[in-house]
Every structure is written in structure tokens, then in C-alpha cells.
Design a protein around this ligand. Structure first.
Ligand code: PMP
Length: 382
């Protein structure tokens, strides 16, 4: 009965009935399969059948490769959740938010009149592709210039344009963050600003914001994200980037997204809606992981507090997407190696430009993945 007919690596046999107890628990990637059961429950209302002749064209109902109906539903969704202001904002669709990250770096970089490349920075620990993309694309207009803290109160900041990535809630540690540099342009990555993962305290209202369906509906494979942009010239520059790059997001993907968002919106704010499901799942995982970790002093997790959430109209417990685990013992210098020896693969803090004492554990994968993580963790602390 598995919808994807795929076992994770700890299971074998065509029906996944054999369990290999010596396998490694994989808590590495941010693959959001925790939402698969929700869509199993909504299989019919979320299904899309596309006839061969449908959506063949380059053109779309809206300008700049956008389907008007989908844009309308995205604005409705933000309004219903209360997590972002969309009035007076332009929207650009991308192949995942991954494509938009660099589109926005480029757009912000060229919208200032300087012959110097813009400096791209982020606060540690940060999502690695900000640096990875900036270095890989190696453009004349933007260069990676390290961590934000080095730019605070520094004369460096005034000499050329600074583009600051601000991730809130943050990946890897789930904390709410803000821009720290005055006078910089910031790209606010709100991939996790949904009630699954955090309290919605106010609609985000920054000039440049990024969202993704990957951590909202869980459809990471569809590659769909969007940017909300206040300034028209930054919007135009982003559209130009998309024109040069892919000529917009896949029309098939837009069709599927519309169907998913309609299904999601049809029961929003009702019992068992996608956020109630997501929050319940993630809160339970977070609480179980904490129970296990707190059995010894060997490891600790980031401290998170309950907060009032405007979406649920009540105080809610923490439910982050990742555990930011620390090895507390002096001798456990390389925490990732300690976990690997214990049969857990996470992501070393160094990947986030953090330290070796930390490891990110993904809590958003399938239930099997999480259960295996918990079992291995329990063995490690005992
Ligand atoms: N930003 C953050 C902070 C992320 O964690 C991720 C996915 N792990 C992305 C952006 C990219 O997601 P996608 O390209 O699937 O939209």
C-alpha cells in the first residue's frame, strides 16, 4: 500500500516488508515527504489529468509566463495564512526557489549604479546554496563576500552594494531572523514561514521575499517557487533573468500547482487542513527527538519556545523542520563523524559554514526515516 511503491534504504522486498536493522538512518536531505500522507488523503481532489493537446504553448494567460489563476490563488493563500503581504507586490515564478535565489542576486546587483560587483553575504549558519550559486555562477556583477557579522559596523559596507540573504525561519536552526545590515538590499527567504514549522506572528512585509512549494505542499520535485517583489525595476530585472534563463516556470507545473492549491484552500482554517496536519506531524517529531536527546548530556538541540500563532489563534509548541544537534562532549569534536559511527547520516555544521560540533538532522522526511533516526539516536544516548 505505499503510494510511491518505494522503500527507504532500510527496507527490502517488493512490498518493503524486510527491515535491515543495521542500515544507516538517513536524516540528510530536506526532502519534505512528511506531507505525503496528507496528499494520500486528498488523492482524488488533488489529481491532475492533462490531455496531450493541453498547455502546449509558450504563452500563458498572464504576463511574464504566469498563469493568472495560479497567481490569484497564491495571493489568496498568503492572505488566508497571514504570512506575507502581497498587496503592491509583483510576483515572479521560478523553477523552485533555487532558480529565484540567483535571479534576485542578479536583479538586485544590476539595479545599482556601480562598476564594483555587489557583495553577497549571509549570517552563519546559512543555507549553503547562497554561497554555492554566487561562487559557481561567478558573475561580474556579484561576488560572495563571507558572513554578515563581518560587515556590521564595517566601512566595507558603505563602499559597494551589499546583498544580504536572510532566512526566516532559518535553515538549519529554525530560528526567526532579521536583516542586520543597514542600507543593504536583503533577500528574505521564507521557505519555512508556514504554520507547519513556526508560529505565524505577522505577515512578512519585506521588499524582496521568496517562497517555495517544496516546504509548503511538499512537492519538491515539481520545482516551483515564487518571489514577491515590491520595486518595479527589481521586478523587471528578475523577469529579464528568467527570460534569459528558462523563459519562465513550466506550464505543466503551474497547472499541477493550481490543482494542489485549490485542494489545500478548499479546507483551509478547518480541522485537519494541511497546516494542522503539518504542525501535528512536526510537533510530534520535535517532541520525540527532544525526549530522546534529553536522556543524556552528550547531545543538545537548539532551544525553541512556544509562541502565539495568528493562524491557529492559539499558543503553539515548536515544530522546526530540522534539529540543530550539538555534540557536547569535548572529545566529540567532529559531531557528524560521531553520528555516522552511530548509524545516522546528518549534515555537518560545516556545510552551513558553522562548526563541526553541530549537525543538522532533517525531520521532514518520511515517517520511516524519522522512526529510524529516533531508534538510532536512542541507542546513541543510552
Ligand atoms: N531556501 C531554503 C532555505 C531551503 O531550505 C530550500 C530547500 N532546502 C530552498 C530555498 C530551495 O528549495 P526549492 O528550490 O525546492 O524551492
Amino acid at each position: 500500500g505505499r503510494p510511491s511503491c518505494e522503500c527507504n534504504t532500510c527496507y527490502g522486498a517488493p512490498d518493503c516488508s524486510i527491515f535491515f536493522s543495521n542500515c544507516t538512518a538517513n536524516a540528510e536531505s530536506g526532502d519534505p515527504l512528511f506531507l505525503e500522507p496528507y496528499w494520500e488523503e486528498h488523492a482524488a481532489s488533488s489529481a491532475v489529468v492533462v490531455a496531450g493537446w493541453h498547455r502546449m504553448s509558450y504563452s500563458t494567460t498572464g504576463e511574464n509566463y504566469i498563469t493568472i489563476e495560479l497567481e490569484r490563488h497564491i495571493r489568496m493563500l498568503h492572505f488566508a495564512v497571514g504570512n506575507a503581504v502581497t498587496d503592491g507586490r509583483f510576483i515572479v515564478f521560478g523553477a523552485g526557489s533555487t532558480q529565484l535565489l540567483y535571479a534576485l542576486v542578479h536583479a538586485l546587483a544590476i539595479s545599482h549604479n556601480s562598476s564594483l560587483p555587489a557583495s553577497v553575504v549571509a549570517s552563519v549558519p546559512y543555507y549553503a546554496p547562497y554561497r554555492g550559486q554566487t561562487e559557481f555562477f561567478d558573475s561580474k556583477v556579484a561576488e560572495w563576500r563571507g558572513v554578515t557579522s563581518e560587515w556590521v559596523n564595517s566601512s566595507k559596507a558603505s563602499s559597494n552594494k551589499v546583498i544580504e540573504f536572510v532566512t526566516s525561519p532559518n535553515n538549519p536552526d529554525g530560528l526567526i531572523t532579521q536583516s542586520v545590515l543597514n542600507g543593504s538590499s536583503s533577500i528574505h527567504d521564507h521557505a519555512y514561514y508556514w504554520p507547519h514549522f513556526t508560529a505565524i506572528t505577522a505577515p512578512a512585509d519585506e521588499d524582496v521575499m521568496i517562497f517555495t512549494t517544496s516546504k509548503l505542499t511538499g512537492h519538491a520535485g515539481s520545482r516551483f517557487g515564487w518571489a514577491l517583489i515590491k520595486d518595479e525595476s527589481v521586478y523587471n530585472a528578475t523577469v529579464t533573468y528568467m527570460e534569459m534563463n528558462t523563459m519562465g516556470a513550466s506550464r505543466d507545473t503551474q497547472l499541477r500547482m493550481l490543482k494542489l492549491y485549490k485542494a489545500m484552500l478548499a479546507e483551509i482554517q478547518r480541522e485537519g487542513d494541511i497546516f494542522a496536519f503539518g504542525y501535528k506531524t512536526m510537533r510530534e517529531r520535535w517532541s520525540k527527538l527532544n525526549q530522546v536527546v534529553s536522556r543524556s548530556k552528550r547531545f543538545s538541540l537548539q532551544k525553541m519556545t512556544s509562541q502565539y500563532c495568528n493562524y491557529f489563534n492559539t499558543t503553539r509548541d515548536p515544530s522546526p523542520a530540522y534539529g540543530w544537534l550539538k555534540c557536547e562532549r569535548e572529545e566529540d569534536r567532529d559531531c557528524d563523524a560521531v553520528l555516522r559511527a552511530g548509524g545516522i547520516s546528518g549534515r555537518s555544521g560545516t556545510i552551513f559554514s558553522g562548526d563541526q560540533k553541530h549537525v543538522r538532522l532533517s525531520l521532514i522526511k518520511s515517517q520511516d526515516d524519522f522512526d529510524q533516526l529516533l531508534t538510532k539516536m536512542a541507542a546513541l544516548v543510552s
